[in-house]
Design a binder for this molecule. Structure first.
Ligand code: GLU
Length: 810
């Protein structure tokens, strides 16, 4: 009953000819048995036979189909059973071979037994042959009657329902065979008891008679057999898969008549609709961090798994929302593309999206520009940005030597100096004006010969300096006038020192140095030899190329003379090498400066634009994509994704930590100036004291005949005799081993010693009573001590005069 396999091959040959195929791939299970029948003339139809992998080798099957896809195959003949055909169609859908331009002829009579709905949306033309018109009333009635009888006999609901499913052709043929046998038995009037009693073998008794009769007769429905027993004269129906999964009867085929179309078979693409459900799209991508990156993994990745990034995740989100499948295809040269006015051709991804029917969408950091919009359609922007400048981070400034002077400007320092000298002079004068500041230098002497003023010019300067450096001094004003001047100076000093302290810390920690450029104007007019550029052929470069702004035009003239970086990474590298500014899109700059602390963003945005997903002009999917994008935007998904890919993934936030730490630390260089002042001050002190010592040595009566240098040398040597805590007033400072002080001038020493003793006790007495001697004044102990020492010196002078002139009494 089953038609000879040649019948399917002949029908297929006629169909392929009717479709006008010039080439096709025949996917077969065992061996391409019917290939010669399908394509007897290889000039008219080039058949490429490919054996299908085993049923459990899905990956191999997909690879085979991918290879065929790459080779540009669009017409396929699947010659295998219905389950196998569905497996092939499923794999074809996964690799993007079920689009509108793809055609399939499935050579099985049982395709109607399978669920074909998933393959009905991609737009591919899927045709098959049917032995029975399953929609004809005769067939449906018979099936119904049979299934009712079958289920009644079984009494089993489950089996009854399975009986009502589309029956395989073998079942229908068996039914036909049974009817033929029944009719033969009837026509030959064979004894009914002997027929069909197969169990006892009696059925075989008439088998040859029945078989010969069946074969030799003409039966209703054109059932006939040829001499070799093969059934070739069959009529097949041609059915096409419709949206929703039904097979629609479109033509009849018979060996003699070939194809007779029952509706004109002019291939019309599926009506435009924006449903993307279950379709598989090919998305063209180009590598650009963090939009599309190659995934780093120790495993061997393949297909879509090889990529990651913001745009990859975006497509995944859209696919989830719109229920479509996708395959990524990488643009090998990474060129996004533009319209070349000279060649009048599109380039890069733009060209491929326009020309390659396999490519449905293109996505990366692809800027929506007016020029590109003329060639392709864009979705609404999924990210907004503008052009800005990427430049080398200014190196932290070399700490200034006199950084401690920074809190005040030179002018302020100058005025402070004037204020200090001026107020010291005022204090000096006021001190002299105030009678109370004229004090008795020897409090123990009731009636002093003269009064002294503590506010000498030197003391006034010292007093004011002590106040401004927050150290105070031993001098205390006692009169109202001096106290008034001192208070005002203290207030002035308080404010000045507080402002100084507050400013100093901030200024010392300041890391921003003088940046060479601050905006695009300064970049264009810079005289530091800074060159600049933008990504070659990118929208930033085109922006400058097409700008009417004189500044940007000038910049473009500069840029066109230079070699532009091919990728953003090359531009960043040049920036790091120095003296180069890279005009780049702000989102990419943000991503870069999060990870690369050597570069920074300079200036504001030059324009405002967005990235979009490109698709073919007038694509029916634009609306669905826009709606889905808006959903993602309003749901905050895009913002979260941006945060993830910019701030978290692949080392985001690396520069913030470094900046914080660096700005809070002060380095030793910040204090070099201060150390210098300390060292110079100490050196000055030593020098001054040496001069003092020299002066003292010159005036010393100790050894009047010795030359100055010897005396100075003696003084100096005494300084370094640290074991000697007391300095003799007279006599040699350095005693020679042979000459003792007593033998040298015994008289004078003997006379001096009691004087010294006396003076010391006098001095102590004075110190003890001094406070009581001047109750009105708040005297300090040291000034008392000074006064008593002066008194002691006075007494010494008197006693020495007495000893030199013994006849006179002081
Ligand atoms: N987004 C740009 C484009 O679509 C590439 C980068 C740039 O030009 O700065 O061409």
């Amino acid at each position: 009953m089953y038609p000879h396999p040649d019948v399917l091959a002949m029908a297929c040959a006629d169909l392929v000819e009717a479709k006008g195929w010039r080439s096709a791939v025949i996917l077969h299970e065992d061996s391409a048995v019917g290939a010669a029948t399908i394509a007897p003339d290889s000039d008219r139809l080039a058949l490429l036979p490919r054996q299908l992998p085993l049923p459990n080798e899905d990956a191999l099957l997909r690879n085979l189909l991918l290879v065929l896809k790459k080779s540009g195959a669009v017409n396929f003949i699947i010659w295998c059973g219905p389950e196998c055909a569905v497996r092939v169609l499923d794999a074809a859908q996964r690799v993007g071979l079920l689009a509108a331009r793809h055609s399939y002829v499935v050579l099985t009579l049982d395709l109607h037994t399978q669920d074909l709905e998933p393959f009905s949306h991609g737009g591919a033309n899927i045709t098959t042959f049917q032995l029975y018109d399953l929609n004809s009333t005769e067939v449906t009635e018979t099936i119904d009657a049979w299934s009712t009888a079958y289920s009644r006999r079984l009494g089993d609901e489950e089996d009854a329902s399975s009986a009502s499913e589309a029956p395989p052709v073998a079942l229908l043929l068996a039914y036909d065979a049974a009817r033929l046998v029944a009719e033969t038995v009837q026509r030959l009037n064979l004894p009914a008891g002997g027929v069909g009693d197969c169990a006892r073998g009696s059925g075989a008794f008439h088998s040859d008679t029945i078989l010969n009769y069946v074969r030799s007769e003409e039966w209703a429905g054109g059932v006939s057999w040829e001499a070799d027993g093969a059934r070739r004269d069959v009529r097949l129906g041609l059915a096409e898969l419709e949206r929703g999964g039904a097979l629609a009867h479109v033509a009849l085929w018979a060996p003699r008549t070939a194809l007779v179309w029952q509706r004109p078979v002019v291939y019309t693409p599926p009506p435009p609709h924006d449903s993307m459900t279950n379709r598989t799209f090919t998305v063209l991508i180009a590598l650009a961090s963090p939009y599309i990156m190659k995934k780093k993994s120790t495993d061997r990745l393949s297909g879509n798994d090889r990529y990651e990034g913001f745009c990859i995740e975006l497509i995944d989100q859209l696919a989830n929302l719109l229920q479509f499948n996708y395959t990524f295809v990488e643009q090998p040269d990474g060129v996004y593309g533009n319209y070349n006015n000279t060649t009048r051709q599109w380039t890069g991804m733009m060209r491929r999206l326009r020309d390659d029917p396999d490519i449905d969408f293109a996505i990366t950091d692809l800027t929506i520009t007016a020029e590109r919009e003329r060639g392709v359609d864009f979705t609404t922007p999924f990210m907004n940005l503008g052009i800005s400048i990427l430049f080398h981070t200014p190196l932290p400034p070399e700490p200034e030597l006199f950084a401690f002077l920074l809190p005040f400007s030179n002018e302020v320092w100058l005025y402070l100096g004037f204020a200090y000298i001026g107020s010291s002079l005022v204090l000096y004068v006021v001190g002299r004006l105030c009678p109370e500041e004229w004090q008795n230098p020897y409090p123990c002497v009731e009636d002093p010969p003269a009064l002294e003023n503590q506010f000498t010019l030197a003391n006034a300067l010292w007093f004011n300096l002590g106040a401004v450096l927050l150290q105070g001094s031993e001098i205390a004003p006692v009169a109202y006038g001096t106290r008034a001047v001192a208070s005002m100076w203290w207030l002035f000093a308080l404010v000045i020192t507080s402002s100084y302290t507050a400013n100093l810390a901030t200024l010392l920690a300041k890391t921003t140095s003088t940046e060479l450029i601050h905006n695009v104007q300064e970049l264009a007019e810079n005289e530091h030899g800074i060159t600049y550029g933008a990504k070659k052929g990118g929208s930033t470069y085109t922006f400058f190329e097409q700008s009417q702004n004189p500044l940007y035009q000038k910049m473009f003239q500069e840029m066109r003379q230079q070699k532009m970086p091919e990728k953003n990474e090359d531009g960043i590298q040049k920036v790091m090498e120095g003296n180069y500014a890279f005009l780049m899109e702000s989102t990419s700059i943000e991503y870069t400066i999060e990870r690369n602390c050597e570069v920074t963003k300079v200036g504001d945005l030059l324009d405002s634009k967005g990235y979009g997903i490109a698709m073919k002009k007038n694509s029916q999917y634009r609306n669905s994509m826009n709606l889905a994008l808006l959903n993602l935007q309003e749901g905050g998904v895009l913002r979260e994704m941006k945060h993830k890919w910019w701030k978290e993934m692949h080392g985001g936030g690396a520069c913030n930590a470094v900046e914080d730490r660096e700005s809070s630390e002060l380095r030793i260089e910040n204090f070099f100036g201060l150390f210098l002042v300390l060292i110079v001050g100490c050196a000055l002190g030593i020098a001054l004291s040496c001069c003092d010592l020299a002066w003292a040595a010159a005036r010393s009566q100790r050894d009047p005949d010795a030359p100055f240098l010897t005396r100075f040398w003696h003084e100096l040597r005494f300084v370094f005799r640290f074991e000697q805590g007391e300095k003799p007033v007279q006599g040699p400072l350095i005693e020679s081993k042979t000459t003792s002080a007593h033998t040298e001038s015994p008289g004078s020493l003997e006379e001096e010693a009691p004087d010294e003793e006396r003076l010391r006790s006098l001095s102590l007495q004075t110190a003890g009573t001094g406070a009581g001697a001047a109750p009105r004044w708040s005297r300090r102990r040291s000034s008392m001590h000074n006064a008593s020492m002066r008194l002691a010196r006075h007494a010494t002078r008197r006693s020495s005069r007495r000893s030199s002139t013994p006849n006179k009494h002081a």
